[in-house]
Design a protein around this ligand. Structure first.
Ligand code: FAQ
Length: 311
């Protein structure tokens, strides 16, 4: 019987159809999705922290309102993504335990500090820019709930990207000190953003199978290349330099060549040894513990409501 299920699943995937929560699916497909979607959710939730650091110091009411909205959106993205992952039969408590115990990953980029106000703009421009490049193809992911969640997430991410870029454009029209601050933020974030796309294809254990299953539609290196090609003209308009002496247009390939990424540093950060890993996790664990009474109260309220409905 499993063979018949498998054949039906394969046919659906080959026809570029969608798999829904109640459909039969191979255990490894389910496991891959729980891993990727929950790590994506964790990234959104931990990703609130670097920018959250600047909410109380935003330079104007307008910038503060925009930043508050953006950080709230990230919280919302995390919540839809946990819901999408729950449809695969893993509870939110289990997923959160994975994050809090350090078993589950979240994006490497959020383990770096936000040292100046320009970092907030650069996160919008480059980090959200990289996130969009990676997430637009996920709107066509073979797993229905993840694909549908991505549609709304991508719309919000494009607002995030634009607000960051616009904030940087304004800063670049300011004083020399402001322009230097933007350039410094770009210098610190550029290479980390290239690493967000994951290891080179040859060192990416999950890519082959995820692409055959229609979860990933492009490889890590292909998305990284698209991001470089899209960002170079934006940097020119902004008036900043991307900190890579090897970055240049390659006429023959019709793409930019770029320098070598420091993968040792990437793995150090992914494995818990980046500049902010300990602080980020400690902040999340504390928030979870401080919120225990809210979860208990909500559960007690639900029990009371259910009893009332029985009467
Ligand atoms: N950081 O075989 P692959 C955002 C891990 S955007 C940490 O290539 P895969 C929005 C990978 O998990 C950021 N770990 O894996 C926002 C795997 O480890 P495992 C989040 C990384 O899954 C913006 C191992 O390396 N976006 O949050 C990273 O096929 C601004 C081998 O790698 C998503 O999660 C990394 N950068 O490809 C919020 C998008 N890269 O699980 C706030 C969905 C790789 O075996 C502010 N995810 N690893 O222990 C994906 O598209 C994929 O999971 C990839 C990795 C492309 C990230």
């Amino acid at each position: 019987e499993d063979a018949a299920h498998q054949a039906r699943f394969d046919a659906r995937i080959d026809a570029d159809g969608r798999i829904e929560p109640r459909d039969w699916m191979p255990a490894a497909y389910r496991k891959t999705l729980v891993r990727q979607i929950s790590q994506h959710a964790h990234s959104e939730i931990v990703g609130m922290l670097p920018e959250g650091n600047w909410i109380s110091r935003a330079p104007s009411l307008k910038r503060k309102a925009i930043l508050l909205a953006k950080v709230q959106d990230e919280g919302g993205h995390g919540l839809y993504l946990y819901s999408a992952a729950e449809t695969l039969g893993t509870s939110r408590a289990e997923m959160l335990d994975g994050l809090h115990s350090g078993r589950a990953k979240y994006s490497s980029i959020f383990n770096y500090p936000t040292l100046s106000w320009a970092d907030v703009g650069v996160i919008g421009w480059l980090v959200d820019g990289a996130a969009i490049m990676n997430q637009i193809p996920l709107c066509r992911c073979s797993y229905g709930p993840y694909a549908r969640a991505m549609v709304r997430v991508c719309k919000e991410e494009s607002f995030h990207q634009r607000q960051g870029y616009e904030s940087l454009l304004v800063q670049m029209q300011g004083t020399q000190a402001q322009r230097d601050m933007v350039q410094d933020a770009v210098n610190r974030y550029w290479w980390k953003c290239l690493a967000m796309f994951g290891p080179p294809d040859a060192d990416s254990p999950h890519s082959g199978q995820a692409m055959r299953w229609g979860i990933k539609r492009f490889s890590n290196d292909d998305l990284r290349q698209k991001f470089v090609d899209a960002t170079v003209p934006q940097a020119r308009v902004l008036g900043v330099t991307l900190p890579d002496p090897d970055l240049k247009w390659n006429e023959a390939r019709g793409q930019h060549d770029y320098g070598a990424i420091d993968w040792d540093e990437f793995w150090q950060v992914v494995n818990g040894h980046g500049p902010m890993n300990r602080e980020r996790l400690a902040t999340r664990v504390k928030a979870h513990e401080d919120g225990a009474w809210v979860r208990e109260a909500a559960a007690a309220h639900a029990v009371k409501q259910a009893q009332r409905n029985l009467k």
